[in-house]
Ligand binder design. Structure first.
Ligand code: GLU
Length: 572
């Protein structure tokens, strides 16, 4: 039974009060239940939603949740929808909903219903359970607020925003100052109970004067009592009952998160609420609300926070200022969306990589995401692992694919580079084909941005020698190697003949090609064949690392190879 104060219980006609407060609400709960009927879906199909507030960007942690929502819904033949939670007007950034929709679309996180951008670039709705933007749902919230008031489960509170703010501040101060925590709690409770004390005449007078009011729930819980609750990620929990008269509708008629959550997820027939663990402390409020409203509770998955290593060897929350926090930044950094997806899957289920190795030909979208394998306590974000995953993904692309992807990225982020890449597509594709396609492809790019520093030397405009030979090598040996190679280089040689020539040159200068002997006693030689190859690599590519030199020379062509070697000889 609701613990209302004697005064309220004695005089209040709740139905009359609800009509006073919501004279324009004529729709009923029953009508809404009919308008948004239970979905006709196969047994076990999950209905999930991504419900971001439009604050300007999608956070990595948000993407993590969105991927869980998308996978669980679509893996089960269910529905995934997007709801924009714009009840906090002050935090809203204009154009943010559009940006958010574009990010989801860039990453291929496809939803079935929700707010979309139409062909004219305008926001519009798709699906029968809308509106999907909370600011368009005021009417619906008011129907349920009126119902709760009519049942004596919610009541108006005519304090101005300033007064409420003052009460809140005083509350906080009292809590901090109170040496006895219980006293502070008792005082707070007394203040709350005092708010429940009013007469219908007082309400009428306030309304007549046009005073603003909020609607508060009339809490009936005893926090000493705990409700057993199973979260699909966090496991079995004990949630204390709610005894706080929290706000349902703010004075502008806009609902709080709690109220909107209960109504939206009920009417949109969500089966699984997937949200950050920062909402766990509010669960007691939500349990109370669902009970008061007579709604069946959905299942909940409270996802762990995304953490990063901090300077002191500990972990801290990945904040929005951290690199990697904003999903749009990955595009700038040159990460392919599927690389980020696969990385997310490794964070979500640690068996993802193993599965992928056993299912080489399958897409990451075929991976059966398992809730039971999700992290309970926190996921560590790090670029090293992301790069590792990315290198793997990019190494499996064909030369044509990587060509398309890199040029597409460059045309947006580095147009001059795009121009060079596309000047002679066949030439560029031959470069990308080096070391690709075999069983053990080269894993040299983690991002599209890594490509230019590694293959830029193929383009004369970008070629320059940025390293110097180590002083331990004799200049005359380097010169002799370069000269001998240039004079003997025949592009028609196969790899073996080409390499035999390099070994020969080395041997004649006292550099062995027998690595065993070299390792046994390096002092017997000036160096080994790797040093000889390095002399050539620096001259031809300008750097100490490059793809396979035979292929590099084949693609550069005889004239350029010889010209670059001659330039180096001259410089030495
Ligand atoms: N709008 C809430 C947020 O951005 C969503 C929480 C939820 O998914 O219920 O935190």
């Amino acid at each position: 039974m609701i613990a209302v104060t004697a005064r309220m219980e004695y005089i209040m006609d709740y139905k009359y009060l609800s009509d006073l407060l919501f004279p324009n609400v004529t729709m009923t709960r029953e009508e809404l239940e009919e308008k948004y009927p239970p979905r006709q879906l196969p047994e076990g199909a999950k209905v999930t939603r991504f419900a971001p507030s439009p604050t300007g960007f999608v956070h990595f942690g948000g993407m993590y949740q969105a991927v869980v929502c998308e996978r669980l819904a679509h893996q089960s033949g269910g529905v995934f929808y997007l709801r924009i939670e714009d009840t906090d007007g002050q935090r809203e950034v204009s154009g943010a909903a559009e940006a958010l929709i574009r990010t989801l679309s860039d990453y291929g996180v496809n939803y079935d219903e929700g707010l979309v951008i139409d062909d004219n670039g305008e926001l519009s709705e798709k699906g029968a359970y809308g509106p999907y933007k909370q600011s368009k749902r005021a009417e619906l919230y008011h129907v349920f607020a009126k119902y709760l008031v009519s049942e004596g489960k919610a009541y108006p509170c005519f304090s101005t925003e300033e007064e409420l703010e003052e009460i809140q501040q005083a509350d906080k101060k009292a809590e901090i100052l109170a040496t006895d925590w219980h006293t502070a709690a008792e005082e707070k409770k007394a203040a709350m109970l005092a708010q429940r004390q009013f007469t219908i005449e007082e309400v009428e007078a306030h309304l007549k004067a046009g005073d603003p009011f909020v609607i508060r729930i009339l809490a009936d819980g005893d926090p000493e009592k705990k409700t057993k609750f199973t979260d699909l990620v966090k496991g079995n929990l004990e949630i204390p009952e709610n005894d706080e008269d929290f706000v349902l509708l703010k004075s502008d008629g806009i609902p709080t998160y709690h109220f909107a959550h209960a109504i939206d997820d009920h009417l949109m027939r969500t089966t699984h609420v997937i949200r950050g663990e920062d909402w766990l402390p509010s669960l007691s409020k939500h349990i109370q609300l669902f009970r008061y409203l007579g709604f069946k509770m959905p299942k909940y998955l409270h996802t762990a926070q995304i953490l990063k290593a901090d300077e002191n060897g500990g972990k801290k929350k990945l904040s929005k200022r951290d690199m990697g926090a904003k999903m749009d930044d990955y595009r700038q950094m040159g990460y392919a969306t599927e690389c980020v997806w696969e990385y997310l899957l490794t964070l979500l289920n640690s068996n993802f990589e193993e599965w992928h190795m056993q299912n080489v030909d399958k897409s990451y979208l075929d991976f059966p995401l398992n809730i039971k394998k999700m992290s309970v306590s926190g996921c560590l974000f790090d670029f090293v692992k992301l790069n590792d995953v990315s290198k793997n993904v990019l190494s499996k692309m064909t030369a044509d694919e990587i060509y398309d992807r890199v040029t597409d990225w460059a045309s947006e982020c580095d147009p001059e580079w795009a121009e060079l890449l596309t000047r002679n597509p066949e030439y560029t594709k031959r470069i990308f084909a080096i070391g690709r396609g075999g069983k053990k492809p080269r894993k040299d790019y983690a991002t599209f941005a890594d490509v230019k520093p590694l293959i830029g030397f193929f383009f004369d405009e970008l070629f320059s020698v940025n390293v110097q030979y180590d002083e331990k090598y004799s200049k005359s040996d380097i010169k002799a190697t370069l000269t001998a190679f240039r004079d003997r280089y025949d592009p028609d040689d196969d790899t073996d003949t080409w390499f035999a020539a390099i070994k020969d040159i080395g041997e004649s200068l006292g550099y062995t090609s027998n690595m065993k002997e070299y390792k046994a006693d390096p002092s017997k030689f000036k160096g080994n064949v790797a040093d000889i190859s390095m002399f050539l690599r620096v001259a031809v590519t300008g750097s100490l690392n490059s793809p396979d030199m035979y292929s590099v020379m084949q693609i550069l062509g005889e004239n350029r190879v010889k010209a670059r070697i001659s330039d180096m000889i001259e410089k030495l």
